[in-house]
Design a protein around this ligand. Structure first.
Ligand code: NI
Length: 185
C-alpha cells in the first residue's frame, strides 16, 4: 500500500523518533508499505516520520544512483533503531533532495564515511562502515529520526533564498507526483 508522504510543516518531521521494540505490530507490512511508497515517489530512502510515524525505522534502496555512485549499486537496507557511532573521512558536498521537501535541492556538506549499528528486519544486530553516497543517504535518513531535515545543514543565506518555497509547501501550494499529506489537510 502506498502511504501519503508527510511534507515540510508537519510536526512529526521535527520530533525525536522513538526506539522500536521487537513486538511492534505488523512490522513486515509496514516495511513493505514503506518500500512501496518510496518506489512510487522515486526516492532512494524513506524514514518512518515521513509517513507520520515517529519511530526509528528507515528503508533505503540506492540502486537508482548506482550509475553515478557505484557504492549504491546493491545498497538496499532496512535499518531499525540505527545509531551512527563514528563519522570519518573527508567532508564532501553533494546536492540532496527529500520527498518531504518537493522542489528543493541544495548542496549539503557531510562526512564521507560513517560507522552504523542497527537491527535488521529479523531484529538481528548489524554493524558496518559505509562510504560515499551510501553514507550520505543513511545520514540524511538518520537526520529524520532526530527531527532534522537536510535544509538544517545549509547556510542562512541559502535558507533565506528558499524561504518562499518552504512557505509554499506549508501552505500546500506545491505540485507533487506522489501522494502527500500537507499541513492543511
Ligand atoms: Ni528526506
Amino acid at each position: 500500500m502506498i502511504l501519503p508522504v508527510y511534507l515540510y510543516g508537519q510536526p512529526v518531521l521535527r520530533k525525536q523518533a522513538q526506539e522500536l521494540d521487537s513486538n511492534y505490530p505488523e512490522l513486515d507490512t509496514l516495511i513493505k508499505n514503506m518500500f512501496e511508497t518510496m518506489y512510487a515517489s522515486d526516492g532512494v530512502g524513506l524514514a518512518a516520520p515521513q509517513i507520520g510515524l515517529s519511530i526509528k525505522l528507515i528503508v533505503i534502496d540506492g540502486s537508482p544512483m548506482g550509475e553515478d555512485f557505484p557504492e549504491c549499486k546493491d545498497f538496499k537496507k532496512i535499518l531499525i533503531n540505527p545509531e551512527i557511532t563514528e563519522f570519518g573521512g573527508e567532508k564532501s558536498s553533494t546536492e540532496e533532495g527529500c520527498l518531504s521537501l518537493p522542489g528543493i535541492h541544495e548542496s549539503v556538506q557531510r562526512p564521507s564515511q560513517i560507522k552504523i549499528k542497527y537491527l535488521d528486519e529479523k531484529m538481528e544486530p548489524q554493524e558496518e562502515v559505509l562510504t560515499g553516497f551510501a553514507a550520505r543517504i543513511v545520514q540524511h535518513e538518520y537526520d529524520h529520526l532526530e527531527g532534522k531535515m537536510f535544509i538544517d545543514h545549509i547556510s542562512p543565506i541559502r535558507k533565506q533564498l528558499i524561504k518562499s518555497k518552504l512557505n509554499n509547501i506549508i501552505k500546500g501550494k506545491v505540485r507533487c507526483s506522489y501522494r502527500t499529506k500537507l499541513l492543511s489537510k
